[in-house]
Design a protein. Structure first.
Length: 745
């Protein structure tokens, strides 16, 4: 839906009637959401006493929900007579008419909203002498352009037609015109012939002829209604797509914008053309051009051109070519103007049907064409027409001449394909070739195609990917020779490998000839005795953590030679710096296994598994293991020495209420356990405060102070003060805590 609508209301126009209009917009400032609008209005100025252009005009802005958004006034930017170039010099009697163009330019900032905008203008009335409209004097015009929703594009510009066609046509003459538009945003454009808009909407709001009780201009006293708008009513025998009647031509190429017109009868005709704008498949908007054409009798054009063809080198019977499907062909044609006008010179052009042929054109008069193509296989057996149309375009119109060829499409000659596979000399089992690991076997293939060209092609597919399959081919005389080789690898030990061979000889037309065959290989596991693995150590070892140990690993393996790899696993994985050196070998050899138990393994069992894997090339033949049980035991540790005052039950410390006392305690690691030390003293009813705490390499000390409050203590009573020393050695079990109890009276 379109959210905003802008309507332009022109003032009074009386005798001078609307002859057409263009309406464009351009995004000039994406940040400020500023758009430049241009309305080009064309008028029939035959009556010199008619009213001038309206100045100013009123612009109506509507929201997408069809409510009024705002209004503003716009002044006329410029106006001038317009004398369109065209074929009016060819008229036997030029129509007594003149044209004027006026331009209104204005800028408008429209903030982005999800629904988008309409920009529209409405005015009455059209020329009373228009041929293809019913009551044209009571028909007005609405021109609108669409700014798409913000969700589709942020700042769009409308397409703009490259040029304006002449307003004059010769009766019953073909007229071709490049009516394409350019879009600065690079959007896709589609062209259509459409119905012209009336000047009122479907609710009857807008500009009307005063004879109908309305106003010819929209403005504050006669507001313009929101979309949708009515279209004009065509006179009997005419329509939007047949504006010149049923015997006339009004066509536009939807992709290129090439306009083709032919009006059989003199008169004044309204034609409307729309260009639709798309981006990424989404519709953005529509730009319309509403115009009128004056059609009058013209003097005869000069004679049409002459079309000749040269079929030299191609098989043909008269105008019928006999060509093979899927075969390329070329021939020449010439378009000659035998009676060119004196001035200005005519231009020659061509049209081919079907248009799938390629053309190289050269020269001007004559115009030489080299026409090439290739017939489709689907046309085999058909006789196809080929039309070569020569066009001569001069001031007074376009004339045509044509030549018709017929192409009889014959089937291309058939081909045959034969192939032979010579398998390798290997033992078989159920049609499967048995191959030793790492040995190579080859098969040869020959493919013979008749006729030999194009040469056949050969390919293969594998049931299992394998880099050891190689296919090589070469072409000699009329035969394709190939060789496929397979080096036995591990992918075919358990499941056979299938090599599907396929030869193709292309026909000029499908179906293509094929040859197929299959090879299957099974790789034999080599016979090799397993190795023995022995850990040269007792079955159980008691170790201390964080101390390294190395063990010998002995491997014994009789010939033939295979490859050994050692692996080690600890359960649980509480070993540090595990290494096997060397970890690979063959036949009989020894390796060294070194490891260090981690501190987390204290007082735990670890299972150490050493495994040897025996392999030949890519195939693993055997696995053997030996197991060692490890118990990780802590080194011996001893309690630390604790030094405290000698306040025991027999000799308690006498203390007074509300007086502070301080004393020193310390511990010393006399056994050399190492690690960290701590003193605790919080298991006493007496509140203790530590004022000085210190540590050395093997000791800890603290100055402890206490004060007895009046509450909670009894005079001449004994109270314990417990001091505990703790040692946490590195990578060893901690010794028992040392505890001493002090007594206070």
């Amino acid at each position: 839906m379109w959210r905003y609508m802008v309507a332009l209301s022109l003032g009074m126009l009386s005798a001078r009637h609307i002859a057409g209009a263009d309406f464009y917009y351009q995004c000039v400032d994406p940040v400020q959401h500023l758009y430049l609008f241009e309305l080009w209005l064309y008028r029939d100025c035959t009556d010199p006493a008619g009213a001038d252009y309206d100045d100013p005009i009123t612009i109506y802005v509507f929201r997408g929900n069809q409510t009024l958004y705002t209004t503003l006034n716009v002044r006329l930017s410029q106006s001038a007579p317009w004398n369109p170039q065209g074929i009016d010099a060819c008229f036997l009697q030029r129509p007594g008419t003149c044209l004027e163009e006026g331009t209104y330019r204005f800028t408008l900032s429209l903030p982005p909203i999800p629904e988008g905008y309409y920009v529209a203008w409405a005015r009455c009335c059209r020329n009373a002498t228009i041929t293809n409209l019913q009551d044209p004097l009571f028909m007005g015009i609405t021109y609108l352009t669409r700014i798409p929703p913000a969700r589709r594009v942020s700042c769009n510009s409308s397409p703009r037609f490259v040029q304006r066609p002449p307003f004059f046509l010769c009766a019953n003459r073909d007229f071709y015109f490049d009516h394409r538009a350019i879009d600065t945003d690079g959007d896709s454009l589609v062209y259509q012939i459409v119905a012209a808009y009336h000047s009122i909407n479907t609710q009857g709001q807008g500009a009307l002829n005063p004879a109908q009780g309305g106003s010819p201009a929209v403005g504050p006293s006669n507001p313009m209604g929101p979309p949708p708008y009515q279209t004009v009513t065509y006179a009997p025998g005419y329509s939007a797509t047949q504006p010149f009647g049923s015997t006339g031509i009004c066509q536009i190429d939807s992709a290129t914008g090439l306009l083709h017109l032919r009006a059989p009868n003199p008169g004044l005709y309204v034609v409307a053309i729309a260009v639709l704008e798309y981006r990424n498949g989404a519709f953005l908007g529509e730009t319309r051009r509403d115009m009128q054409f004056y059609v009058a009798p013209c003097r005869p054009p000069s004679p049409p051109p002459v079309v000749t063809t040269d079929l030299t080198g191609l098989p043909h019977r008269g105008d019928t070519l006999t060509l093979l499907a899927a075969s390329a062909f070329c021939f020449h044609a010439t378009i000659t103007d035998t009676a060119p006008p004196l001035t200005p010179p005519a231009s020659l052009s061509y049209l081919l049907s079907p248009a799938t042929l390629s053309v190289q054109a050269s020269g001007s008069n004559p115009l030489s064409l080299r026409i090439c193509g290739q017939l489709s296989c689907q046309d085999t057996g058909k006789i196809l027409p080929l039309y070569i149309i020569g066009r001569k375009t001069e001031t007074c119109g376009t004339t045509e001449a044509r030549d018709t060829l017929w192409i009889e499409v014959q089937a291309p000659p058939p081909r045959s394909l034969s192939g032979q596979l010579t398998p390798p000399s290997l033992p078989q089992q159920n049609g499967i070739y048995l191959i030793d690991l790492d040995s190579t076997a080859c098969a040869t293939i020959t493919l013979v195609a008749t006729p030999p060209y194009p040469p056949p092609q050969m390919g293969l597919s594998l049931s299992t990917p394998s880099p050891t399959v190689q296919l090589s081919t070469f072409w000699q005389n009329d035969t394709l020779f190939g060789q496929v080789c397979y080096r036995g690898s591990c992918e075919a030990i358990e499941t056979p490998l299938t090599i599907a061979l396929r030869g193709i000889a292309e026909n000029a037309c499908p179906p293509h000839l094929t040859w197929q065959d299959t090879l299957r290989f099974q790789v034999l596991l080599p016979q090799n005795p397993p190795p023995t693995l022995t850990l040269l150590a007792p079955d159980t070892l008691i170790l201390r953590p964080d101390s390294g140990i190395c063990l010998r690993v002995q491997i014994t393996d009789p010939p033939p030679t295979s490859h050994h790899t050692l692996y080690v696993q600890a359960i649980p994985p509480l070993l540090n710096a595990v290494s096997l050196s060397p970890s690979q070998g063959s036949l009989s050899w020894e390796g060294e296994l070194c490891f260090t138990p981690s501190c987390e393994a204290l007082e735990r069992w670890i299972t150490l598994i050493v495994e040897i894997r025996d392999s030949l090339s890519c195939a693993e033949l055997h696995r053997r293991r030996d197991t060692l049980f490890l118990y990780i035991r802590s080194r011996p540790t001893y309690p630390v020495a604790l030094y405290t005052p000698s306040w025991d039950l027999n000799s308690p410390f006498p203390a007074l209420f509300q007086k502070e006392y301080c004393f020193w305690v310390s511990l010393k690691d006399t056994a050399g356990n190492g690690g960290s030390y701590s003193l605790t003293y919080n298991q006493s009813p007496i509140p203790i405060t530590a004022y000085q705490v210190g540590y050395t390499a093997d000791s800890a000390y603290a100055q402890l102070c206490f004060r007895l409050g009046c509450e909670g203590f009894q005079a001449d009573s004994l109270y314990p003060l417990i001091i505990r020393a703790h040692n946490t050695p590195f990578c060893a079990m901690p010794p028992p805590d040392v505890e001493d109890t002090l007594w206070i009276r």
